[in-house]
Design a protein around this ligand. Structure first.
Ligand code: ADP
Ligand code: MG
Length: 729
């Protein structure tokens, strides 16, 4: 008898929402309470130090040792006033999540006592003994050292008793070992390239920022139910479980009233996020039962990425104090929607211009079209790479399934913008004319000025949709570090803007007026980027065929998709923009393949254990009970009648025998397949073997387990079912 399952279900139902005490103040008063932001820098640092630091933050000016010491001193004072006793370099290795190693502020004072010490040297650079982070071979030589180095563009913050310092993580030889270093390089590249292009329109622009507004989707599951599911505990997703009779078909969860216990969790989470300077704004129920979303106001991309990493760890922590576990896995449950992390992306200038926002004048709109069309070109040329940037063993479950973005990257522009593009493409140079107007010219692009009055024009199936003043990259996974996608996207756009600038300048040098040159190149790009534009249903089979005809990347195998990072055009793009070298790309791919293999390996092991310890024993026990019943019927009824009465049970006995046999045989076969795959030395080939031979077996075995779940006595079933995991809250 499965008492555990009933006990945890009962307890889950009884769990009362936890009281969340609102801080006495309003959010505006406690916002960034634990962040060493400019206001605190100004208060805690000597004026000269403050000015030097701001220069470093805004313009990347180098910091001298003296200044760093001054900053460290002020930071320490501020952090200690908040009760901090430790500090840590907080970095983002090539795993999920962040890494930190805490050190206390204490030092010997030389007189037999202790004092609190924190120097500029400790702030700026450290050498964590981090040899067990994935590095793809870059650090397996004798030079195994890795350094963490302070990123002054993201402010330090205090969590519990620790001062956290955002850092990059790099090898002694200079290669990036993390997500942040390449992202910073990509942001610098897109800044430089975009400023150059901006200057055709606005010569005063000095800096262009990339912005990111992420939307984090997640599931909440009661902690007792979670603990009773070894698959959730060890892999983050359910490896078996039949769909509940009701799931999301009534569409009654999306935007529905937020359950009380969940609301308490959200409130607590939001307060803590705001205190850490994360501008969280939106919360709602998502499509699947027990699925929710949290979104902040968009921020500068590097900061937004840090904030997303911080929010994910905060969610895990806060969920536990409310008796929940948060599931960030992209596909925790079969048959209901998975979770993504839409990444809303745009570019904007230091003068306050949103480069993805249409303007009021034709010139502003030409600038807008310039940036949109260059983005489309970048996405078109690197669509395979962008897919690789969001691909993982976990996100693979989501892409291409009938709910989330399809496994082909395309872009939806909306009817108005599409019409404007078509007009541009089909009009002659004269129509677009260089006639009268404010600056001596008028751009006859009729649809553009009214653009985006209507931005309700949406296509939910598009993986890269234009949504009024930004692009929304919807294929990013809920568990992912968005830096991966943002690095690829910003680098690709940077490369594209450089190419654009060169083409326009060449025309100008050949005597063409600036506006005519811009329009000529834009028109060419509108035509060349056409393959990426798609406004139809991204899930249809016709689109798959059409996309292949258009030459878009249609690969669906996760380990093979990683190859896109090593395609010559990707290497060229990353190298010319200074974001990553071929060596770094190769090392990272080793990590990706290895991670893929390990994830499937763990799932296969867990499923094997579930089968042997839970599924088969319970099914056999139930079967034995039925056999007993059949025998007993025989003993009290005449044979013919007994046969008739036990026919149903005999069929179930038979079905259990067949399914358990299938399951056991396939678990054995899966072990054999693993043995074969494990012998493969090459990481790519091994990952492909796991993808092709082992991952499908997980599904085949699951099919029979789920069928057993339907016929075995509910009281005997040990593992919490979907109806419990998804509907208890
Ligand atoms: P939805 O797409 O679900 O309608 P919202 O309208 O709430 O979502 O916006 C999603 C995210 O897009 C938010 O984080 C928001 O701040 C962000 N966003 C809005 N404008 C921009 C922009 N110009 N650049 C980047 N992100 C933006
Ligand atoms: Mg959105």
């Amino acid at each position: 008898m499965s008492t555990l399952r009933f006990r945890v279900v009962e307890k889950a139902f009884q769990t009362k929402p936890r009281e969340v005490k609102s801080p006495a103040q309003r959010p505006s008063e406690y916002f960034a309470k634990y962040v060493f932001n400019r206001e605190k820098m100004f208060r805690y640092l000597p004026t000269q130090v403050y000015e030097k630091l701001v220069d470093a933050m805004d313009h990347g000016a180098p910091l001298s040792r003296d200044v760093a010491d001054g900053v460290a001193e002020g930071m320490k004072r501020w952090a200690m006033e908040l009760g901090a006793t430790h500090y840590t370099h907080w970095f983002q290795p090539l795993t999920e999540g962040t890494a930190e190693k805490h050190d206390a502020f204490v030092e010997h004072d030389g007189k037999g006592g202790m004092m609190e010490e924190f120097s500029g040297k400790l702030l700026v650079q450290q050498e964590p003994d981090a040899s067990s982070f994935p590095n793809g071979g870059i650090r397996n030589t004798f030079e195994a050292r890795g350094y963490s180095a302070w990123d002054p563009s993201s402010p330090v913050f205090v969590v519990d008793d620790t001062l956290c310092i955002p850092t990059v993580f790099i090898a002694y030889t200079g290669e990036s070992l993390d997500y942040k270093a390449p992202l910073l390089k990509a942001l610098r590249a897109v800044d430089k390239a975009a400023v150059e292009v901006c200057r055709y329109f606005n010569p005063e622009v000095k800096k262009v920022m990339a912005y990111l507004g992420w939307e984090q989707e997640y599931f909440l599951v009661d902690e007792g139910l979670y603990a009773a599911r070894p698959d959730l505990l060890l892999t983050g997703r359910t490896l078996m479980g039949h769909e509940a009779s009701k799931n999301q078909q009534l569409e009654d969860h999306y935007f529905g009233a937020i359950p009380t216990r969940v609301a308490a969790f959200m409130k607590d989470l939001e307060i803590q996020a705001l205190e850490l300077g994360i501008p969280v704004k939106t919360r709602h129920n998502e499509v699947a039962p027990n699925q929710f979303e949290l979104a902040p106001i968009y921020e500068e991309c590097n900061l937004a990425v840090d904030h997303n990493m911080l929010v994910m760890s905060l969610m895990r922590k806060v969920a536990r104090t409310h008796g929940f576990r948060v599931l960030l896995h992209e596909k925790p449950f079969k048959g209901v929607n998975g979770s993504g992390k839409h990444c809303n992306w745009s570019l904007g200038t230091d003068t306050g211009i949103g480069l993805m926002s249409p303007g009021k004048t034709p010139e502003e709109n030409l600038r807008f079209i310039t940036f949109v069309v260059n983005t489309l070109m970048a996405v078109c040329r690197h669509n395979g790479l962008l897919k690789a940037s969001i691909m993982s063993a976990t996100n693979a479950h989501r892409l291409g399934a009938n709910e989330a973005p399809p496994a082909i990257i395309s872009s939806f522009l909306g009817t108005q913008l599409s019409r404007a593009f078509d007009h541009l493409e089909n009009s002659s140079a004269d129509d677009l004319g260089i006639l009268e107007g404010k600056h001596g010219m008028k751009l006859d692009i009729p649809q553009i000025p009214e653009l985006l009055i209507d931005n309700t024009d949406r296509n939910r199936t598009s993986p890269f949709a234009f949504t009024g003043n930004r692009f929304e990259f919807r294929a990013v996974g809920s568990e992912a570090n968005c830096a991966s996608a943002m690095t690829a996207l910003n680098a690709a756009v940077a490369e594209q803007l450089d190419l654009f600038k060169k083409e326009v300048d060449d025309l100008i040098a050949a005597g063409e007026p600036k506006m005519a040159a811009l329009i000529r190149v834009i028109r060419k790009y509108v035509r060349e980027s056409k393959p990426i534009r798609f406004d139809g249903n991204g899930y249809s089979d016709e689109w798959k065929a059409e996309a292949a005809r258009r030459g878009l990347d249609c690969e669906t195998s996760c380990p093979v998709i990683f190859d896109r990072y090593l395609a010559p055009e990707s290497i060229r793009m990353f190298e010319t923009t200074g974001v990553m070298t071929q060596k770094e790309l190769e090392a990272r791919n080793e990590v990706k393949w290895e991670t893929y293999t390990k994830k499937i390996q763990i799932e296969a092991r867990v499923l094997g254990d579930l089968v042997m310890n839970h599924i088969v024993p319970v099914a056999i026990e139930y079967q034995t009970r039925l056999i007993d019943n059949v025998y007993k019927l025989q003993s009290i009824f005449p044979k013919e009648k007994a046969d008739a009465l036990s026919a149903e049970n005999q069929a179930i006995i038979c079905q259990i025998a067949e399914r358990t046999t299938y399951i056991k045989e396939h678990v054995d076969a899966m072990i054999e397949a693993r043995k074969v795959a494990n012998k493969i030395a090459d990481e790519r080939a091994k990952a492909i073997a796991y993808h092709d031979n082992i991952a499908p077996m997980l599904e085949q075995i699951r099919y029979h387990i789920d069928k057993l779940e339907l016929i075995v006595d509910d009281q005997m079933w040990t593992l919490p079912k979907y109806r419990e995991l998804l509907f208890v809250r």
